[in-house]
Design a protein. Sequence first.
Length: 330
Amino acid sequence: STFKFILLAGMVLQNSATVLVGRYTRAGVPHEDRYLVNHLIVITEIGKFLLSCVFEYVQTNGGLVQSIQTNVIDKPYDALKIMIPALLYLVQNTLLYVALSNLTAPLFQVTYQAKLVTTAIVSVIMLNRKYSFQQWICLGLLSVGVAVVVLDSKGEDKSAEKEDEGPPQSMAIGLGSVAIACTSSALAGVYFEKVIKTSSSGDKKKPVSVWMRNMQLAFFTIITALLQGMWSKESAETGGLQATNYFHGFTGWTWFLVFLQAGGGLLVAAVIKYADNVLKGLATGVSVCFATGVSTILFGTPISGQFAVGALVILVSVYFFSNPLATKEK
């Protein structure tokens, strides 16, 4: 239980820090001084790939090359399955930074909890998973909480646009990006889970490790991100220094964000392997409160009573969705 608590604390800190640092490196920064999101994603995925290689090397007692031979070269079609979630994660990661550029950290954190709803729906469709009446009630309350927070933030968003020295922010673009990112996250996560659980169903050999799957996922994400960068509208518009210097706009905080994202990907894998999705959902909910409090202290983000009520409804919904009441449990 101590190890699970450490994982919980790690996920709360990672989720909160990623949102806060991501917001800090995007909002209020002049367009010509910003890093390209595509470049950040490529560097982050390279970090995930290298870290996954290290963990796979340790787990196989130095048999990394043999593991690649067995799981990739000898079974190319099995490895290609991971290309689908890689594309979906690329869409998700790109849109998350668009959302962070247009929404405050607390508003982003809270509205992004809608991914619990989309994940539940996709799980029912793709994995034939069943949820209790209590869990569906929690999903409904979660949607209500998100709506309360969004309605409360519309008025504040207009005044924030005028005060912000950076590029103009759009609530519609921010919320639209969050909605598509939630859907992409749900599809990618459920598909990835399905691949992990079914890849070894008809194979009596040792199942593919989580680290090897992460290596494959990072590899395909790097390839798709590089291809996307070649004809990216963002790259075409900036040109000049940003087009020639891959690390343009990379500050110390940007590199810290890369570290948080790369480490966070492996932390999620560890949670799935050593704990469960209940812990992951709980950590995400707790991070909403933590990030909101820190954002209020550091950035002076105003928190109204309506926002607090909506956030509380979301937190309670996330908790009881992840921890059903023990009434008729086995």
